[in-house]
Design a protein around this ligand. Structure first.
Ligand SMILES: CCCCC/C=C\C/C=C\C/C=C\C/C=C\CCCC(=O)SCCNC(=O)CCNC(=O)[C@H](O)C(C)(C)COP(=O)(O)OP(=O)(O)OC[C@H]1O[C@@H](n2cnc3c(N)ncnc32)[C@H](O)[C@@H]1OP(=O)(O)O
Length: 178
């Protein structure tokens, strides 16, 4: 499997995909503020720093928010390397170690395969370093959708702004044409 010919190359930092996204958006104060960059092959590296806004038990990250971090990291891998819209159909997480407030999860996500509209991806999150202990593993099944998925089910006015903002970016974007 190869990245799309127009996919950003290894080392490229990936911009937030939507400023109000809970996973990566700058406008969501208590969001996860995940940052991602393209790795080699079909890999995207992301980091998520756990703050007090992300707790489940005192001083520890909430499992659902960790799952959210992996949804974002895997979704970013699918969207940026294949350059086609897709939504999460299934997300499985293995929580192997507690993730304390103040720690940074280093997530390496990779595309595993494509079968028709189904896209398989998996990821590992390590504590505080790319070679730190594994805290979380995840696997996702994404399903390719038309952009009409978002216009039919989402907020059309917000989508129009989203489309205009992406069009204004210097890099070549997908053809987002509702
Ligand atoms: C969010 C992006 C906005 C716009 C994008 C633009 C730019 C973005 C750029 C880069 C992206 C960067 C980052 C993205 C980061 C994060 C992304 C977060 C993503 C999400 O967080 S997104 C929200 C949660 N997500 C949903 O809100 C989905 C709700 N859901 C549905 O909308 C439908 O359910 C749908 C469309 C999934 C399928 O519906 P459908 O009718 O179109 O198709 P159908 O059911 O036939 O499924 C087709 C084939 O997938 C298999 N399949 C489906 N689901 C399965 C499952 N769960 N398990 C096993 N197999 C499954 C079937 O078995 C069949 O397989 P087969 O072909 O072999 O028969």
């Amino acid at each position: 499997m190869e990245p799309h010919p127009d996919a950003p190359g290894p080392g490229s930092k990936l911009p937030q995909h939507y400023e109000q996204c809970f996973g990566c958006g700058d406008e969501v104060d208590a969001g996860l503020h995940i940052r991602s960059a393209v790795g080699d092959g079909m890999v995207v590296h992301s980091t998520f720093t756990v703050t007090e806004a992300h707790q489940g038990a005192p001083g520890l990250a909430h499992g659902g928010l960790l799952a959210c971090a992996f949804d974002e990291a895997l979704g970013s891998t699918v969207g940026n390397l294949l350059r086609r819209p897709a939504v999460t159909g299934k997300l499985e997480t293995d929580f192997r170690r507690p993730v304390p407030v103040g720690s940074t999860l280093h997530i390496a996500a990779k595309l595993d395969g494509v079968a028709g509209r189904k896209i398989y991806a998996s990821a590992e999150g390590r504590l505080d370093a790319d070679d730190g202990p594994v805290a979380v593993r995840a696997r996702g099944l994404f399903v390719s959708v038309d952009f009409t998925h978002f216009t039919t089910h989402g907020d059309v006015n917000a989508l129009e702004k989203f489309r205009a903002a992406r069009k204004a970016r210097p890099e070549k974007d997908w053809d987002i044409n509702p």
